[in-house]
Each structure stands twice: as C-alpha cells, then as structure tokens.
Design a protein around this ligand. Structure first.
Ligand code: SF4
Length: 486
C-alpha cells in the first residue's frame, strides 16, 4: 500500500509534491521519493531525491528549492515486495528511452514470472521492487513506438495491461515530454486527477493522486477518478489526452472505504466520511435485530479510523459515545508495519485507556476491521485491565479470510485471525464477550454499490491468481529478511 502523486504545470513541482505526499503519508511510512523536471533546463532538468523515512524527514526547504521544476512524480512507500534499503525506494528512473520515471501503488500478482522473463531477456534489475519491472515493460514498449506523444504512452500502458496481472495505479514522468497516469483494467487501486488555474492567467496545472485530499488541499478542482483501464497523458503544452485502453469488470478495493483512505477523501465519488457513518448505522441495525436486549453503557471508537462509524452507531442505538482509548500520535499505523514483531512492539506503545470512561461499564468498542487480530486482542486486554464489566467488539468490515494480492499487506492466509475459523472461534481468541462483524450485504449497502473488490472477504478475485503461490513464497522470504534485521 503506497501513496502516489504527480503534477505538471506547477510553479514549483517539488513544493506541490511535498504537500501532496504529506497528505498521503498515512498510506506508507517506510520511505519516500520524488523526481522533478525543469523544462527550462532540457539537458539536465531531472532531479531525483529519495530515502528511507517520513516525507518531512527527507525533504527540507533547501531540497525542495533545488528540486523545483514544473512537473514531477512522488511516492510514499509501504513495502509489499522488495524491502531493505534505499535501492528499493520509488520512484524508479530509466535514462533510456527519453528518461522515464515511474511510481506506483499496488501489487503485481505475476511479479516473480515477469522478473524471471526479463532476466532471460538479459535485462539487469537493480532491485527487488515490482515498480522496476513495471518501468521496464512500459519503457520497452514506449521506446519501440513511433513518436513520443499520447499514442506512444497509450500503447505502452496497454502493453502493461496485457502483461501485468494485479492491482496497480501508476504515475509516469517522461523528461521534456510530460506526465502520464493509468489504472489497472479493474481499477482496483485508486487514482484521481484534478486541475487548477494558476494566477488567473488562463494557465492550468494538472495533478494526480491516490486520494482526493492531496489535490483539494492544494486548490485542485474538477476532481475525478480515472476509470478502470484508463490512461491520461498531459504534455508540455498542458493539453490533456485520455483513453480507456482495456475494459475489465470495475472492482475498486472496498478496504479503501473502511481503513486505508483518510476520512477527508472522496473515493469513486463517495465521501469516505459518509460511508463510514453508514457503516455504523448498518451495524446498529444488526445489533438491534439480533441482540435487542444487549446491555451497552457506552460506545467507544478505536482511534482514528472508526470514529465516524462509532459515532453514528451510538446515535442509532441511543447510547452515549465517549473517547475511551487515546492514541499515541507518535506511533504509526500498526497494521501497515511490515512484520508482526514490529507491529506487536508498536501496539504496546500505541493505545492508552481512559479508566474513568471504562471502569464498571458494559463497553461496545468499534474498530474498522480485524486483520491479524494483534490490535484487537490488545484492546480487549486493555479494556479489561481498566475495569470494563463486559467488552463487545464490533468490526465495520466482515471477517477477512482470504489474502490480498493487490497491495494491501496480507498476502498469506495464515496471517489472518479469521482464516479457517468461525466468528465464535475468533471471539474466543480475542477474549471478547461478544464479537459482531459487518456482513457483506451491509458493507455493500453502506458503500452504495456491489461493483467492488471484496476478494479478501468472499475469495472471489477480480483477476486470475494462478501465480499467487510464487508471490506468497517471495513474501515469506521478504518477511524473513526484515525479521532478521529487526
Ligand atoms: S482483496 Fe480486499 S484489501 Fe485487497 S484489493 Fe480486494 S478488497 Fe481490497
């Protein structure tokens, strides 16, 4: 899971990338990078800057001034494939043809096979990142095309669609030429674009981002999601060209609504905040129907993702809503930390209870989802240690029983607490008095559509998963590498 941003036509591309990337930091905290290009210096206009760490630690005012430029691409990274050092950090850059930079969000299911194929073609790969494989396939096709405009970009993106199986949103910078962006044929990973007028002089700039907040916060308007399989190219003349290259069944990731996207964003035309409120209402209806006599003294959220849902649930049940758990703001999101050992250590530091809210009460605690169960177990323990009379645990997402191969970091079923278990068995393992999960119908109703990827719940994947086994073993190797380093 990562955040991507691209801009063209900006007065200072690096400054816009910085703001955009800070607003996408929640999507990946391992590393960040940007490539900018200055059209006034066609020979040496490329500037590449990337490192391990948070955006604000990597880029200071001097670095942003030096990077400058009028177009650029940026990335905030969570590692799914390829980990370890700065050579894995995006964006990636190839000098030939033309000088192409690429950053992407997602995961390639057939990555091990594509990597092997490229090696056989005597292509030297300098990292374990699937971004490098994408860049190679795109660059190879772009280099063979006649011309260098929108059609060459569209042909290259179409070739990526043909070869690459998975969920991916991509931003590309082509030195002296322009910026391109495209989504996978099912639109699994998010990507929005927007435009704004500069200084009222009729000039426009365009930007692309994983989430709308990174655009709206910088004054971008006319924001729209790229369609599944669509590519957009914006050249130096700031004319936008777009085309749907490959049509697949639309399957945007439903987990973006529940967990990944920040609550200020709008995804596929639906405000995340409104969806989360409806999730709370759906859960309240389920509780009222199934357990009309359940004793609840107070509803508390697990901060921060589940606040909107917990609030609307409390209202619908007519029960007080309180803040009973406080998050240490200096600890990142535990679910997106790369290995279990780091996650468990972070959990001990992450949440603190407010005893006066909890002691002697029947607590209904609401979380966005339960993946490995690390956080949920600790929360139940904390509430009991703080004197809760009973703990009812609610998840706004149904049981996750299948791996995600599209860029959310649960690629192995053994990692998932609900895999192969009934709800009662998970309830017991968490130590809760009652566990209530959202069901798939309620989830689709809250989102407002069934045109979604829900594979981690249903096991019905929008793409073929025939190469998932190879990906799983690569993931095991990856975990072993990090664990050894910890
Ligand atoms: S499998 Fe789940 S987490 Fe992965 S893309 Fe589909 S809905 Fe999202």
């Amino acid at each position: 899971m990562c955040g991507i941003f691209a801009v063209i036509g900006a007065e200072n591309a690096a400054a816009e990338l910085y703001v955009g990337m800070v607003h996408l930091q929640h999507r990946g905290q391992d590393a960040a990078g940007m490539i900018t290009f200055d059209f006034n210096d066609a020979e040496n206009g490329i500037n590449i800057s990337k490192d391990i760490g948070l955006v604000s630690d990597i880029f200071d005012e001097t670095a942003l001034h030096t990077a400058g430029g009028q177009m650029g691409i940026g990335h905030t990274r969570y590692p799914t494939v390829g980990v370890g050092d700065t050579k894995e950090v995006q964006p990636f850059f190839n000098r030939y043809p033309d000088g192409i930079g690429l950053a992407f969000n997602g995961n390639i299911v057939n990555y091990p096979l594509l990597k092997e194929k490229l090696r056989k073609e005597r292509v030297y790969l300098s990292s374990n990142s699937d971004a490098e494989v994408l860049l190679q396939i795109f660059g190879d096709s772009y280099g063979k095309a006649k011309g260098d405009g929108a059609e060459a970009v569209f042909n290259a993106a179409k070739d990526v669609h043909k070869e690459v199986i998975g969920g991916y949103s991509v931003v590309i910078l082509i030195a002296s030429k322009g910026v391109a962006a495209f989504r996978d044929p099912n639109g699994i990973r998010p990507l929005v674009m927007g435009e704004k007028r500069i200084n009222g002089n009729g000039r426009k700039s365009y930007a692309f981002a994983s989430e709308s907040i990174a655009l709206t916060i910088q004054g971008y308007e006319s924001i729209r999601d790229l369609k599944p399989g669509e590519a957009v190219f914006i050249g130096k003349d700031l004319k936008a060209h777009s085309k749907v290259l490959t049509t697949g069944k639309p399957a945007p990731c439903v987990f973006e609504y529940v967990y990944f996207s920040t609550v200020e964003s709008v995804y596929e035309g639906r405000p995340i905040y409104d969806v989360r409120k409806r999730l709370g209402e759906e859960l309240a209806a389920k509780v009222k129907k199934r357990w009309p006599d359940m004793q609840i003294d107070v509803v508390i959220p697990v901060p921060d993702t589940s606040r909107a849902a917990a609030n609307s649930l409390a209202k619908a049940l007519g029960v007080p809503y309180e803040e009973g758990l406080i998050k240490n703001r200096y600890i990142g999101r535990t679910f997106i930390m790369p290995v279990q050992k780091i996650r468990e250590n972070a959990m001990k530091l992450k949440l603190k209870p407010i005893e006066s809210v909890i002691k002697g009460k029947n607590i209904m605690v609401v979380d966005d989802s339960i993946v490995r169960g690390t956080t949920s177990k600790r929360i139940v323990e904390l509430l009991r240690e703080s004197g809760a009379k009973t703990v009812c645990f609610l998840s706004t997402f149904p049981p996750i029983r299948n791996p995600c191969y599209y860029g959310i970091d649960f690629q192995r079923k053994e990692e998932l607490i609900a895999h192969g278990k009934t709800i009662e068995e998970v309830e017991k393992e968490l130590g809760a008095d009652r566990l209530v999960y959202m069901d798939i119908e309620g989830l689709q109703k809250a989102v407002g559509t069934d045109q979604l990827c829900t594979a981690c719940v249903t096991g019905e994947y929008p793409t073929t998963t025939e190469h998932a086994k190879e990906l799983e073993s690569l993931r095991k190797k990856h975990i072993a590498q990090i664990t050894n380093k910890c």
